[in-house]
Design a protein around this ligand. Structure first.
Ligand code: NAD
Length: 498
């Protein structure tokens, strides 16, 4: 590790080095096979860490550790679970800058994004679910059985019980938050977890494991197995002792997980991709709508499942919006997170940069006009320019496929019916936004759009109390919010003949 650590600031090295081992049953252990994977800084391409490349043997160990911890954790006092979750939130808060710098180094996002989205939201999610730990109750029910049953009167009630060992498989775009969205409700409900972070951004997950132990969360309740999706992910989704898989990532992987989980009928929840429509009517407040449309697609370098990648603009203000958005794209300072004035970092990997760049070529081939960006940026690292496209056919690939980069198509429309049809003509249904001063139209559009989130005159405010999830191929189930707790619970019905 000494040769690779030179690219890591000295004060982060001890935390980054945690990822050299996996965290299983409270112990830091190498992969059974001894194999490792390199971790890169996407701003430079330098190797910044090396993680164990786990396999099925490591998954067996981690699932066994979680299974052993389950009886103790599920029987623990809910108020104690609440206290420990809050303690974990405190520790993340105390280490917020370091965690933000680690995710910033690993993913490439500017420090402010890491600190005030990834880390800040992780803390608030934990506090939200710490509150729920003491409020998970069943119901008392008065049954009206037919007389033919005989007996009675009857008393019936339900018990809410944790499902057991949960496998959490997460993507690389906002590493800590994506995992905490799963860990917090699992801990609150009394479930135990084996987490598999994305192989290219594993660093903050190891720090999270260390902080879980420091918080006093019992060994085995939270375990980490690093490695590839095709080995560790596949082993987790097929493991007979895993009761539930909670996954955030791409649609193809989501489908593979459903198939793999079918043999053991695991519970599966999925947060998948998006191609979110952002709809601007003539009467919108453009002073807010235009910069927000820029934020919607360029924040996080567009590596966001809710990126506003399809911008539909009513014809009367179309040119004004195109010009304003292109001006914004051209002024964004693209650069490494290590430079304080960088507004947009690199894409996460060379592979992903090449995928996004291939869409620049596709856009031109499909007849689109590049009004800003449309090319890679700089000679080192994996940067691309914020990109605005016009002349995009609504049914072109560029407007249908999730690019997961800072690329937006701006498409004109005339009527409400037309834009609703275009918005819903998608396999996805994750985010959406409507900009208008007409309150009736806003509510009509909100009712008509097929997506899990509709934002009116704003874009992507997130809160732990708000359900988050997708319609159609954007996923199954909801994260954050009260109802997500149900994903981690079984309901047992008890009937007593009094
Ligand atoms: P991905 O599907 O390639 O990988 C996600 C995770 O799945 C990784 O940990 C990977 O190792 C693992 N994996 C891969 N193959 C697997 C298999 N066969 N079995 C089990 N696990 C496997 O996704 P990605 O490229 O890391 O992330 C980008 C995608 O995630 C985008 O589509 C984006 O929209 C989506 N995403 C969705 C949300 C949401 O909340 N809806 C949030 C962030 C990202």
């Amino acid at each position: 590790m000494t040769t690779t650590q030179t690219a890591v600031p000295e004060d982060l090295r001890a935390s980054v080095a945690l990822s050299e081992n996996m965290f299983i049953g409270g112990q830091w252990v190498p992969a059974a096979s001894g194999a490792t994977l390199d971790v890169e800084d996407p701003a430079t391409g330098e190797i910044i860490g090396r993680v164990p490349a786990g396999d099925a043997a490591d998954v067996d160990r981690a699932v066994a550790a979680a299974k052993a911890a389950f009886p103790v954790w599920r029987a623990s006092n809910p108020a104690e679970r609440s206290r420990l979750i809050n303690r974990l939130a405190d520790l993340i808060e105390e280490n917020a800058d370091e965690l933000a710098r680690i995710d910033s180094l690993d993913v490439g996002m500017p420090f402010a994004e890491a600190r005030y989205v990834d880390i800040a939201f992780s803390i608030s999610i934990l506090r939200y679910y710490a509150g729920w730990a003491t409020k998970i109750n069943g119901d008392t029910i008065s049954p009206s059985f037919p007389q033919s049953f005989g007996g009675g009167p009857f008393h019936a009630y339900t018990l809410k019980e944790p499902v057991g060992v949960v496998a959490a498989i997460t993507p690389w775009n906002i590493p800590l938050m994506m995992l905490v969205k799963k860990l917090a409700p699992a801990l609150a409900t009394g479930c135990v977890m084996v987490a598999k972070p994305a192989e290219i951004t594993p660093l903050s997950t190891s720090v999270l494991a260390k902080l879980c132990q420091e918080a006093g969360i019992p060994d085995g309740v939270f375990n980490v197995v690093s490695g590839l999706g095709s080995t560790v992910g596949a082993a987790l989704t097929a493991h007979p002792d895993v009761a539930k898989v909670t996954f955030t990532g791409s649609v193809p992987t989501g489908k593979a997980i459903i198939r793999a989980a079918a043999d053991t009928l695991k519970r599966v929840s999925l947060e998948l991709g998006g191609k979110s429509p952002n709809i601007v009517f003539d009467d919108a407040n453009l002073a807010k709508a235009i910069p927000t449309a820029g934020m919607a697609i360029f924040a996080g370098a567009g590596e966001s499942c809710i990126a506003g990648s399809r911008l539909y603009v009513q014809r009367g203000v179309y040119q004004q919006v195109v010009d304003g958005l292109a001006a914004r794209a051209n002024e964004i300072k693209v650069g490494p997170a290590s430079e304080a004035d960088s507004e947009m970092g690199p894409l996460v990997s060379a592979t992903h940069r090449d995928k996004v760049a291939s869409y620049f070529e596709l856009a031109r081939a499909e007849g689109a006009t590049v009004v800003a960006g449309g090319e890679v940026h700089g000679d080192s690292g994996y940067f691309v320019k914020p990109t605005v496209l016009t002349g995009v056919a609504p049914d072109s690939r560029i407007n249908r496929e999730e690019i997961f980069g800072p690329v937006v198509s701006v498409i004109p429309f005339d009527t409400e019916e037309e834009v609703l049809a275009m918005s819903n003509d998608s396999d996805y249904g994750l985010g959406s936004a409507v900009w208008t001063q007409d309150i009736s139209r806003a509510h009509r559009m909100a009712a008509g759009i097929e997506s899990g989130q509709v934002w009116i005159n704003t874009y992507q405010p997130v809160d732990p109390a708000l359900p988050f999830g997708g319609y159609k191929q954007s996923g199954w189930g909801r994260e954050t919010c009260r109802e997500s707790l149900e994903d981690y619970l079984e309901t047992k019905t008890v009937v007593v003949d009094l």
